[in-house]
Every structure is written in C-alpha cells, then in structure tokens.
Design a protein around this ligand. Sequence first.
Ligand code: F6R
Ligand code: MG
Ligand code: MG
Length: 376
Amino acid sequence: MLTTLSILKADVGSIGGHVTPGKRLLDTISRHVAKGLDELLSDYFVGATGDDIAILMVHPRGVGDEEIHRLAWEAFKEGTALAHAQGLYGAGQDLLVDAFSGNVKGMGPAVAEMEFEERPNEPFLMFMADKTEPGAYNLPLYLAFADPMNTAGLLLSPEITKGFRFTVMDVGYVQGDRIIELTTPEGLYDLAALLRDNDRFVVEAIHSRHDGEQAAVVSTTRLHNIAGKYTGKDDPVMLVRVQKNFPATGEILAPYAIAHYVGGFMRGSHIGPLMPVTRSTGCSYFDGPPIVSCLGFCVKNGKLTEATDLFAHPFWDTVRTRAAEKAIEIRRQGFSGPAMLPYSELEYGGIVHILKRLEARFHVRPAAHPAEAVLA
Ligand code: F6R
Ligand code: MG
Ligand code: MG
C-alpha cells in the first residue's frame, strides 16, 4: 500500500527562553492532531527537540495534502493560544502568517514528506535538529549514502552498490525551488563541491538507483528566505528509510559521531558542534549547542510502532562529551573569526547597524609617498 509520512515542525513557544516547549503544549498539540485520526490519519506521533515541536503524521493522501497541512497548522495555532496563555517565550514564533492558505510551505513551519510503497517491513528514522540549519544534514547524508569509508553496504550490499541520486537545492535562490540532481558514485566530487556550503546548497531528497525508491527527505526551505527577513535558523527535520535497499540504521547514524561544526547556536549566528541527544532534550549552553535527536520506527499498514530513541545508547555519551569539549573550545574565541557566522548568515541585524554607523567615520589616510598614490 502507498503510505505517506509527513513531518511538520514549528517553534510555537517555550519555557525558560528558547529552551523546551513543555508538556502542556505538547499535550495540547497532540490532542488536536488526534482529531484527525481515522478520517485523515492512520497514525501520528508528536515529539520535541530543543524549542521545536514536530508532528509526524502517517496517512494515504500523498505529499503536500491540504487537509493534512491544515490539521498540523491548526494544531500549532491551538498550541500558540496555550503558549500565549501560559506566557511561554516566543509564542507563535514560527507561524508567520495569520491564515492558513492550502499548504504550510512558506508559512513558517518546516515540512518534510515522502510517499512510498510500504516494504513488508518498513523501518525509518525521524531526525529533529534545533539551533541549526537544514545544511547540518549535508555531511552525515553524504557520508552515509556516498562514502564506503562510512557505509560498508556500498561495498557489501548488491542493493546499494549502484549508488544514489541526490536532489540538492540552492536555498540562496528566492524566486522558486532551484534544484540540481547528482548521482553517486560518479558525481561524488560535484556533490562534495556543493555540499561544502551548508548555508547555500542543501540536500533535499535522496533516491535509490537500484529501484528508484526514495530514501530520505529533508525540510530544506529557510525561514529567512521565505519570510523575506531573517527570523531564525530553520531547525530542520528529516526522514530516512533504512536497511536492505538503503543504508543500515547504524550506517545512517555513524556520521553523527563526528559532532561536526554547523551554523546556528546562540542567536543563530555562530558555529557549534552538532551534539546527538536523547528525545525531548532542551537547549542550554550558549542557547545550544546545536542538537539533533533521532527516533526509529517501523510502519505497517499505516500504523506506527512505538519510537526507539537511537541516541540514548551509552555509545553516544562519549560523543556528547566530545561535542561539549568542541563547543567550549570554539566558544573560547567569542566573536573572533570562524566562531561567528559571516554577515549574510547572522540572525540578528545589530552588527549591520554598527557597521553602517561606523561607515561615516572611516576616512582614507593621504598616501605617505607619491608612488603609493599612483599605484592606488
Ligand atoms: C537561536 C535562538 C536563541 C535566541 C537568543 C536570543 O536560534 O533561538 O539563541 O536567538 O536566546 O533570543 P531573543 O532575541 O528572543 O531574546
Ligand atoms: Mg526558537
Ligand atoms: Mg528551534
């Protein structure tokens, strides 16, 4: 049967700063989504990472379905009302428009959806990241789907040795979805050349070249592009189908042991290591560090199993310690050089105002030697 998995994710308010949404807010959103059971949904799951809430919905209606999007939008609206009543910080932050108009894309919440024919057993992973951007998944996806140093299956498994097709979006382009498709292994260097720039070129989807099936989908739109002004990093969600004709769960997870540096962190304006965390983890140090959670599920005839928390395994404690050390290390240099993002990626405009104000005070010193003046 054809099944669609849709994740819609938004920050509609949190406790203690941009930290965590709280149980009442999660319950309110969950209760609203439950109203769609039977008529629209076969199953759903509501989870949180950092200050964001993600609604995972299972249904047969395909991607971009208006009623599915409306259900999530209204759940977030109801959550926003509670957030205002509770005095939560940033209530309704990611709902950028007042009225729903057919599809939440462009309205604030992040969206990642895929439709597929259920395999006889269908394991998949749901990733949620906070205090970072969609390009944070570039490196882990590249390693998991294209590098045999990470993914032994690229050498050992006949289903995946044919490689994968990556759809990459230029998120710097604002007039529409500017995308390119690259196939691996032959397009490996081209892919690496693009994925170098996490803030510009972002993996949106990955398909198997063995059977054409979709393996992964990432929420690739950026809040500051669709909103016309920078309202925050997009705190991306991702779905990845695993095993058999796709990389194994462990191959998808292995790259997160790097705790690679990504954009985001305090005020969406810094570089920090991506720390793999357990479900419902909030933010703390320097409003971060950037975090990612991963829940594993199986789906059968549209029904989900319970979630298994993949970064709860003791192995990841060592990675978390290393990530904390990397975070402290880069924070030691404060605003200097690569610790802070370039102007184009700063979430706050204050520094631009400072520069504008100082512009008038700059002057060009007269050249000491006439020759210097000639050269100039
Ligand atoms: C980053 C984030 C936080 C806030 C910071 C300032 O994405 O959510 O780091 O940017 O806490 O928040 P405001 O400006 O709301 O006081
Ligand atoms: Mg937030
Ligand atoms: Mg967030």
